[in-house]
Design a binder for this molecule. Structure first.
Ligand code: NOJ
Length: 489
């Protein structure tokens, strides 16, 4: 290579100069947000008291699928159908978390995290989807909650992470108006049993994913491809379940709870960070989430969405819209990837989509574009559009190839790079005023990755599924350092 070479010191000076110009020179107020055009700034710390955690979900980690009276879920059924799961696997054993949770709580202690987001398996508590509880089901979560508390880790349950009791699917699943009602009863029961020790709850995880993939594209359980009118009804029932759940939980609680959804906002990014493109991205975010977070936050489907759906729009009542938009204490956001990029347009609806070029970088799975700014724009859009009191990042992380090195360790530099860049953007969102109070890394450990079975790994800990041995990856070390300093490293 030829050309002038810069010394380390000169390079450091250049970097500082850029930060100063971006940080101060570019300062301006934009709708109450400080706008600094600064990807991370010199100060790398997070606010005092910021809650660092890790996340998993029941079907992906627990195993013990036939134990202690657990009934079948739609995922047990789906995994047994041919060609549904890439490696023909299932969650029968998964990470055996049902038996190994004390060891796994030990891993959390090692990381220094203060919160564990897990999900409760509905088919453990109500094996046939009816109203008769299985006491051995809740007993597992009693043990888990007590172990977490004894170790100074906050238990944060999610009530629905996609494992619908098969019996409810047999009665129509999310197409049935009775499923949201059954969800509310199950939610109230869980709260009655655990709210003496558990104060923070998430209702449903990624409504957009389990409905679109499970009832629209058929890639997830129960593998259906419904026509548009029925799909809209299923969407409506999912958000209705959330609203009925919030109300039932508050009524059943032993004390004041903090409750919110954990949704994967379809995050729209401005193609260029100008005021006009940013506004376009906000408009697009509201429209592209019309059937999910928008109706939950606003209590109405957008006019444009209803117009587009026409005769296929869901059937709903004004009372249902009120229930769906029952005020929440916080919004949980699962953020992995930019959903779309837009530019401003003078024509309706005020934006045009810019397609991802084929060379846009992706991580180890094809849907996961590397776009750290998603973790800036998701909380920023949500707080500006809907003025939510608090936001939690309920999931963020990446798949990586994770081949053990000859010394047996996993040097997942790509995951460290991903986390570091995304978290710099989260810090920037907080600095600009987004009320983000905590972050849960997905995932504590490798687990059953739905359609991808055990072929795709998202964990900070590597799991050898033959022996159930857990080994920290480099990213676990990165996360531990970050958590202990409350600062990007
Ligand atoms: C979001 C889902 O909630 C989780 O179950 C899944 O494993 C991750 N995305 C990664 O795909």
């Amino acid at each position: 290579m030829s050309g002038p070479r810069l010394s380390r010191r000169a390079l450091a000076g250049l970097a500082l100069g850029t930060a100063a110009a971006g940080g101060l020179g570019g300062a301006a107020l934009l709708g109450g947000f400080r706008w600094r055009g600064d990807p991370g700034g010199a100060d790398l710390s997070f606010p005092p008291g910021f809650r660092w955690g890790v996340a998993t979900s029941a079907y992906q980690v627990e195993g013990a699928a036939q134990e202690d009276g657990r009934g079948p879920s739609i995922w047990d059924t789906f995994c047994r159908e041919p060609n549904r799961i890439r490696d023909d696997s299932n969650g029968d054993v998964a990470c055996d978390h049902y038996h190994r949770y004390p060891e796994d709580v030990g891993l959390m202690k090692e990381l220094g995290v203060k919160a564990y987001r897990f999900s409760i398996a509905w088919p453990r508590l109500f094996p046939d989807g009816g109203s008769t509880p299985n006491p051995k089901g809740i007993a597992f979560y009693d043990r888990l909650v007590d172990t977490l508390l004894a170790n100074g880790i906050e238990p944060v349950p999610t009530l629905y992470h996609w494992d619908l009791p098969q019996a409810l699917q047999d009665r129509g699943g999310w197409l049935s108006r009775d499923t949201p009602k059954a969800f509310a009863d199950y939610a109230a029961y869980s709260v009655a049993k655990l709210s003496d020790r558990v104060g923070r709850w998430f209702t449903l995880n990624e409504m957009m994913t389990f409905i679109e993939e499970g009832y629209g594209r058929g890639k997830f359980a129960p593998g259906q491809r419904l026509p548009r009118a029925e799909l809209n009804q299923a969407r409506h029932h999912a958000v209705l379940a959330h609203g009925l759940g919030v109300q039932a939980m508050r009524a059943a609680a032993k004390r004041k709870l903090a409750i919110g959804p954990a949704e994967n906002l379809h995050t729209v990014l401005p193609a260029v960070e100008t005021d006009a493109d940013i506004r376009a991205a906000e408009i697009a975010t509201r429209e592209m989430n019309a059937g999910y977070l928008t109706v939950m936050m606003e209590g109405r489907y957008t006019d444009r969405w209803l117009r587009i759906m026409g005769r296929d729009a869901p059937r709903f009542t004004a009372e249902e819209l009120k229930i769906i938009s029952t005020p929440v204490d916080f919004v949980g956001l699962n953020v992995y990837t930019p959903g779309a990029f837009v530019r401003a347009s003078d024509a309706e609806p005020g934006y045009v989509q810019v397609p991802f070029p084929p060379s846009y970088p992706r991580m180890e799975v094809s849907w996961l574009f590397f776009g750290p700014e998603a973790l800036y724009w998701a909380p920023r859009h949500v707080s500006r559009l809907w003025k939510v009191p608090e936001i939690y990042i309920t999931e963020n992380g990446t798949a990586a190839a994770d081949k053990p090195a000859p010394d047996g360790r996993i040097y997942d530099l790509d995951r460290v790079m991903y986390l570091r860049q995304y978290l710099a953007q989260l810090r920037r969102a907080i600095a600009d005023g987004a009320p983000v109070r905590g972050y849960y890394a997905w995932s504590l450990m490798d687990n059953f990755e739905w359609h991808d079975g055990y072929l795709v790994r998202f964990g900070l800990y590597h799991v050898d599924f033959a022996t159930q041995k857990r080994t920290p990856k480099l990213s676990a070390d990165f996360y531990r350092q970050l958590v202990s300093r409350n600062m990007l490293v």
